[in-house]
Design a protein. Structure first.
Length: 212
């Protein structure tokens, strides 16, 4: 019987390079001989991908933060049941572009939904399950938004929510990292791509005991 895999999440504000760094990390893990699944939130399972379009496309005022939290929670449950938990049980390492910390930061710190309520929602859908390691790519929101605007596409709803929203968002991620320092590592995302990748590999190796 395969030993349980590890669950790594990559978090942060807009324009932090999550997608690039996630791909590089997955390649490094595969290079170390580990079975790896790359996924994302919202999304990562057929039903969750349908909900994703409701959340990331359209006008910023399309939903209030409570509605967003309910939608993303439904998507997260589908993602866990259909994708994440089966992969972990099969011994695969799962690397996800966003997970529950994004809900606490986006809908909580920036959106104004009480953290207590968001944690109650999370316990309903995931009980005591948490990532083995969370990498938070941190950079000033002005820098991140400038980067994000260069690649703007249909999925730009959150990018258009204004600078103050994104300042609160950054503060939220940093507060999560301070509160859960055993699980979270903050990575300076203003550094060059290769330097960020090396910092991530060091964090994964140190926290999860794998040589990359």
């Amino acid at each position: 019987m395969a030993s349980r895999g590890r669950f790594i999440t990559v978090e942060g504000g807009e324009g932090g390079g999550k997608s690039t760094q996630l791909r590089l990390l997955v390649a490094a893990l595969k290079g170390a001989g580990l079975p790896v699944l790359q996924t994302r939130e919202p999304g990562g399972a057929p039903g969750a991908e349908e909900i994703r379009r409701l959340l990331v496309e359209g006008e910023p005022g399309r939903w209030d933060a409570v509605t967003e939290a309910l939608l993303v929670s439904a998507a997260r449950r589908d993602h866990l049941v259909k994708t994440v938990w089966p992969a972990l049980e099969a011994g695969r390492w799962v690397v996800s572009d966003r997970f529950a910390d994004s809900t606490l930061a986006y809908q909580g710190h920036a959106g104004g939904v009480a953290q207590r309520q968001l944690m109650q929602l999370y316990r309903i859908l995931a009980d005591k399950f948490v990532p083995d390691l969370t990498l938070i790519l941190d950079l000033p929101p002005e820098t991140g938004l400038a980067r994000a605007h260069q690649r703007r596409g249909a999925e730009d709803r959150f990018e258009r929510m204004g600078l103050e929203f994104h300042r609160k968002l950054r503060d939220g991620f940093l507060e999560i990292a301070r509160r859960e320092a055993q699980r979270c590592v903050v990575i300076d995302a203003t550094a060059p791509i290769e330097a960020v990748h090396q910092a991530i590999k060091h964090a994964v190796g140190e926290r999860l005991g794998v040589a990359l």
